[in-house]
Design a protein around this ligand. Structure first.
Ligand code: HEC
Ligand code: HEC
Ligand code: HEC
Ligand code: HEC
Length: 105
């Protein structure tokens, strides 16, 4: 009986992937580095990204050699996490309107 209750409890927990992007897994970036806590319940703020990668100016400089710069556009300062989602594939939101080639790794 006890075992059955335990089994039911396990089934009730929603299954979700918790691994961030492959580059962050490889670099051993911890949950708390982005979320501010070890057992997060909601998304991470873009400020956490900038703490390691630099601000918009720094990111614009890093990708300025690309034909179209995803970090310096007429959209202004779009939250990093809009394009670089972590627990699901990211996407360059520019593609909602444009047809140039931009891919989030
Ligand atoms: C590189 C930064 C980063 C790391 C590392 C990271 N997360 Fe996240 N996490 C995010 C972002 C950004 C979101 C917002 C959802 C999205 O766009 O994918 C998020 C969302 C979540 C959510 C909210 C539920 C959801 O589906 O949106 C949970 C829970 C979570 N992360 C847990 C974890 C755990 C546990 C770890 C460590 C194993 C972890 N995260 C590591 C950035 C990170
Ligand atoms: C604790 C520091 C740290 C935090 C916080 C962090 N990153 Fe990273 N990130 C790294 C490291 C280290 C790498 C791997 C080496 C590199 O490419 O610079 C990396 C790699 C990346 C890459 C390159 C991916 C690739 O495959 O080349 C992107 C994009 C990125 N991070 C975006 C983000 C975003 C967006 C956030 C916030 C949700 C974030 N990072 C938070 C340290 C961090
Ligand atoms: C409009 C979508 C978008 C937003 C918003 C965005 N990025 Fe990016 N980012 C990209 C794309 C697309 C690339 C891949 C460029 C390429 O082909 O190398 C990239 C590349 C990167 C890289 C790898 C840079 C390198 O040297 O190769 C890092 C790190 C990164 N972004 C971090 C950030 C951070 C931090 C923010 C917020 C300040 C941010 N990004 C906001 C689309 C975005
Ligand atoms: C909601 C739709 C929309 C989104 C999203 C969007 N754009 Fe645009 N973009 C436009 C429109 C409309 C123009 C003006 C078209 C024109 O005059 O040819 C434009 C013009 C441009 C131009 C100059 C036109 C050219 O071909 O020289 C560039 C470069 C550009 N966008 C880059 C970006 C980048 C990078 C992103 C993502 C960070 C982005 N756009 C996201 C609608 C959008």
């Amino acid at each position: 009986m006890k075992a059955w209750i335990l089994f039911a409890a396990v089934l009730a927990v929603p299954v979700r992937a918790t691994a961030p992007s492959p580059a962050h897994v490889k670099a051993q970036v911890a949950c708390a580095d982005c979320h501010g806590q070890a057992e997060p319940a909601k998304g991470a703020p873009a400020e956490a990204c900038m703490g390691c990668h630099g601000d918009y100016a720094a990111m614009a400089a890093a990708t300025k050699a690309l034909p179209v710069n995803p970090h310096d556009s007429h959209l202004g300062q779009v939250a990093c996490t809009k394009c670089h989602a972590q627990h699901r594939p990211g996407k360059a939101i520019c593609m909602e309107c444009h047809e140039f080639e931009l891919h989030v790794k």
